[in-house]
Design a protein around this ligand. Structure first.
Ligand code: OVM
Length: 401
């Protein structure tokens, strides 16, 4: 190993979780990529990776870049986690493997195909109800949030009571991966209430037969996971499965509203819906960042990183790295977006990605048949979150076929 002191360490004193960066992270991300393969963030004594090559390599090397010390800024070696850690996201092999295997099977592409067929009717009725009320609406509230909330809680099999807490709980969890800033402080008072509500929805007795939740409990009955693990795995679905898909759908709707030529292309060929969704996930990266923790001293791209340090991986920045992507800021359906790291990469890559793609494809296919054009019709508003690139409001006006 090279002597640490002769290696250079680019430094940034910018706070990536400050309101200005959250409002528009792109200029900071370009600076970060250009500053080096690894940049020390002096505000947090953490290291940042903004380039595709290093982000992907770190995501692939779970032995060196562990998740069990938390994938937020907080280091679980020294700080007590604010909630029981996720058995998937905040775990490494071997503990990670059984929960992961159970969930990947339940959420596998073949396993969920039947659901997708049922969702087409839900998308249809959601869109028809909306269009019957007029041609102006909010694409975030009325489509991007409405559709996942209509289909996903039923797919998990949770009761009606408490569903209103899914988005606020997710919003807080994703804020809590960041520093203890204003966003976390604002969410803190509701934590006991929201956590209790979510926990209640993970109990075996409340979960509808046949749903993902009941299937997780059935895996406990088979002995594939323990009874203590089952409710926490259901919790992962409820935490990771709502805010992410809402903002993924918002991303693709915004991309189309601002790229009418691409909408025309989708209308000609609705089979492009899945590619369109992945291209929007690449471009917008609803999950912007996750941390890892180094398990040993390591050199990355000429920079020395000591053992036990927090590494902030900028998925969104990697997904717009001009070293990897041609014309990275363009929403382009002729591109092959596969290989983006918006769903992560390696052993932790999004286990729900087939569900997310199916939700998006179902909704887009209905819209493509019905909506000839849509445009932004008023001021758009971002929703600030320490991890998510999110929308508060996207007013649109549409024309129908
Ligand atoms: C979990 C979890 C929570 C947030 C995000 C996530 C993107 C997973 O509780 O397992 O993955």
């Amino acid at each position: 190993m090279t002597t640490p002191s002769i290696l250079s360490t680019p430094v940034s004193d910018v706070d990536p979780f400050s309101p200005g960066v959250l409002e528009d992270p792109l200029p900071f991300q370009a600076e970060l990529r250009d500053a080096g393969a690894v940049v020390h963030l002096s505000t947090y004594d953490a290291y940042a990776m903004g380039r595709y090559e290093q982000v992907k390599a770190a995501l692939s090397d779970w032995q060196t870049f562990q998740s069990a010390a938390g994938v937020g800024l907080s280091n679980f070696r020294y700080e007590k986690p604010w909630r029981p850690p996720s058995l998937l996201l905040e775990a490494d092999p071997p503990h990670h493997d059984a929960p992961r295997a159970v969930l990947s099977k339940i959420l596998g592409p073949r396993e969920i195909r039947r659901l997708g067929e049922a969702w087409a009717a839900d998308a249809q009725s959601l869109v028809e109800d909306l269009l019957s009320k007029g041609t102006e609406f909010d694409a975030v509230v009325d489509l991007a949030a409405a559709f996942p909330l209509r289909v996903f809680p039923d797919a998990v099999g949770i009761p009606q009571a408490g569903r209103e807490n899914l988005l606020p709980y997710g919003d807080h969890v994703f804020n809590a991966f960041g520093p203890h800033n204003e966003l976390v402080a604002k969410g803190a008072p509701r934590v006991p209430e929201l956590s209790a509500s979510i926990a209640a929805q993970c109990a075996r007795g409340v979960l509808a037969p046949g749903g993902f939740g009941a299937q997780i409990w059935a895996a406990a009955d088979r002995g594939d996971i323990t009874e203590a693990q089952a409710p926490l795995i259901v919790r992962s679905l409820l935490t990771a499965g709502v805010d992410t898909t809402v903002n993924g759908l918002a991303a693709v709707l915004y991309a189309f509203a601002t790229n009418p030529d691409q909408w025309a292309r989708l209308r000609e060929n609705p089979a492009l819906a899945r590619t369109a969704f992945d291209e929007a996930v690449r471009l917008e990266s609803p999950v912007q960042t996750f941390f890892r923790t180094t398990t040993r001293d390591i050199e990355v791209g000429g920079t020395f990183i000591p053992e036990g340090k927090k590494i902030l991986m900028f998925l969104g920045s990697a997904n717009r790295d001009p070293r990897r992507w041609e014309n990275p800021d363009a929403f382009d359906l002729s591109r092959d977006p596969s290989g983006h790291v918006g769903f992560g990469f390696g052993i932790h890559q999004c286990v729900g990605q087939h569900i997310a793609r199916m939700e998006a494809a179902t909704l887009l296919e209905v819209l493509a048949r019905r909506v000839t054009s849509f445009n932004i019709s008023g001021p758009t508003r971002r929703h600030h979150n320490n991890t998510l690139r999110a929308w508060e409001s996207l007013p649109v006006s549409i024309r129908t076929a």
